[in-house]
Design a protein around this ligand. Structure first.
Ligand code: BES
Ligand code: MN
Ligand code: MN
Length: 489
């Protein structure tokens, strides 16, 4: 018994994947060559091209219903958005397993700082394995986040179709691949509500956009953090001033900003905003024990990014994994104001700016946290710099989610990964955010399985982003085996 009830078909799918790997990688290279940067309006046409390319793949995998859906609306909150690829395959007549919603994103982060790329970000190259370093890999923006990982699913679809002659191996699939994940999925809420009828029939969501525990150690991720992203400005006097004439007579807005932001954390490195921790769900002793057993080596991780063990930093009373996976944080993502060009300019700027964001855990609500931060910021600014005006902008947010680890779907994914990789997947969480998962849970009650194959040194969002071919291979096989496991449910 296997795909369509025969073990031979499962084997054939795996064989198809190894025999056709060169073609699979070439298709990925084609997709990676399209600069689908969603945050930058200059790439709008390219983003659309990446969506159409993806829709074409689904058609080639046998999907009959494939749509490239426009999103947003000029005038709506999200503005005119990037398209979402929506596809459906009804599954074979004898299929009794769950209706699976596959989600991924085809948009990518901007490439800056461009001068640090060793090869152009949208001219993918294969680099050979290095001794004591990364394995054979494909280097390009989007290699692992997320085109390379969506590609594992698309290639698995091809493989199971070749092996069984059924689309998706007979699994009932809805596929939703968006183009705004990296810019906050601002049009997704509305899209999900509009397509409610089509989506609410889904039993479980599958997302391939996370990482493994380590090289050769696959994992299933059962939780992501939420996010609240803001921009704040402190306006001082109504003009830039000569710092000689005015220095010593007015507060400098950059200093005011630094003073305010320096109060974000207390001496325990806890966030000081009143009510920030009110809805945080405490870690269970079982979870703490299970994570300790993963033997995560923070010293080693710090070394890889050029820091000594003494640089370990975070909320007191929690281990590094606990801080990343189960505790909320506040980060200053950017801070600017006044003169930042070459050479010197003696100026007191009229205003100072910062991008401040928060990683959230269950049951924190992004909107509530944003509101509390704005109140805190305005009040603290008034103390630090009387007469200054605080301006606060909500850029975007997303819910975090923690999922049950005992569901039949997750168990099926576990078996699939074990069969494909020859080793049991670890159960992990991640500190990153994938807003759609919380949205699907809240709007439609759908749980997600995160089955990702990235590594922590893949340089996600950075220059020289890579995806190792061994990870790609494990991912393709795991997705094919998951389709097989689904037909057995
Ligand atoms: N794939 C990432 C999330 C991720 C990163 C999961 C690392 C696991 C490990 C996703 O594309 C991403 O970058 N999300 C953004 C959020 C978004 C709202 C901009 C993030 O986490 O910053
Ligand atoms: Mn991603
Ligand atoms: Mn990303």
């Amino acid at each position: 018994m296997a795909i369509g009830g025969n073990e031979r078909a499962a084997k054939a799918a795996l064989e198809w994947l190894s025999e056709n790997e060169a073609a699979s990688v070439q298709r990925l290279i084609d997709w990676l060559s399209i600069p689908s940067i969603s945050t930058d309006p200059a790439y709008k046409v390219e983003v659309k091209r990446a969506a159409v390319w993806c829709a074409e793949q689904l058609k080639e995998a046998g999907f009959k219903e494939v749509e490239v859906c426009a999103t947003g609306e000029s005038g709506s909150a999200g503005g005119e958005g990037h398209p979402i690829v929506l596809a459906h395959s009804p599954g074979s007549a004898d299929y009794k397993g769950p209706h699976v919603l596959f989600y991924g994103h085809y948009d990518v982060q901007p490439v800056d700082p461009i001068e640090l790329w060793e090869s152009p970000p949208f001219q993918p190259v294969i680099r050979e394995a290095e001794k004591d370093g990364p394995g054979r890999r494909i280097v390009a923006r989007g290699a692992v986040d997320d085109k390379g990982q969506v590609m594992m699913f698309l290639e698995a679809l091809r493989a199971v179709r070749a092996a069984t002659d059924k689309v998706g191996g007979g699994v009932k699939f809805t596929v939703m691949i968006e183009g705004e994940e990296e810019s906050g999925s601002v049009n997704l809420d509305r899209f999900v509500r509009e397509k409610r009828a089509a989506l609410k029939d889904c039993d479980v969501c599958l997302i391939s956009d996370t990482g493994m525990l380590a090289r050769g150690k696959p994992a299933i991720t059962y939780g992501v953090r939420g996010l609240a992203y803001t921009e704040v400005t402190l306006h001082g006097q109504n003009q830039d001033l000569h710092s000689g004439m005015w220095g010593g007579r007015v507060m400098n807005p950059n200093l005011a900003m630094a003073k305010v932001l320096s109060r974000l954390h207390d001496d325990q490195n806890r966030v000081t905003i009143p009510g920030f921790y009110d809805k945080v769900v405490a870690l269970s002793p079982d979870e703490r024990k299970a994570w300790d057993a993963l033997k995560f080596d923070q010293g080693e991780a710090l070394k890889k990014i050029g820091l000594p063990a003494a640089s370990d930093w975070g909320e007191k009373g929690f281990s590094p994994l606990e801080r990343e996976w189960a505790r909320p944080t506040a980060e200053i993502n950017g801070i600017w104001g006044g003169y930042t060009g070459p050479g010197a300019k003696t100026v007191i700027p009229s205003h100072s700016n910062a991008k401040v964001s928060f990683r959230l855990v269950a049951d924190q609500d992004p909107e509530e946290i944003t509101r509390k931060f704005f109140d805190w910021f305005t009040k603290t600014a008034a103390e630090v710099a009387p007469g200054f005006r605080a301006e606060c902008k909500d850029l975007h947010g997303g819910l975090g989610v923690t999922l049950p680890t005992d569901s039949v779907h997750l168990q099926a994914a576990r078996r699939a990964i074990s069969r494909a990789c020859g080793t049991e997947p670890a159960l992990i969480k991640t500190g990153g955010s994938i807003p759609v998962a919380g949205l699907l849970k809240r709007e439609l009650g759908i749980s997600t399985i995160f089955m990702g194959f990235g590594l922590d040194d893949d340089r996600v969002h950075s220059p020289n982003e890579k995806f190792e071919l061994e990870c790609f291979r494990m991912g393709c096989k795991s997705h094919a085996m998951f389709m097989d496991e689904l037909t057995r449910l």
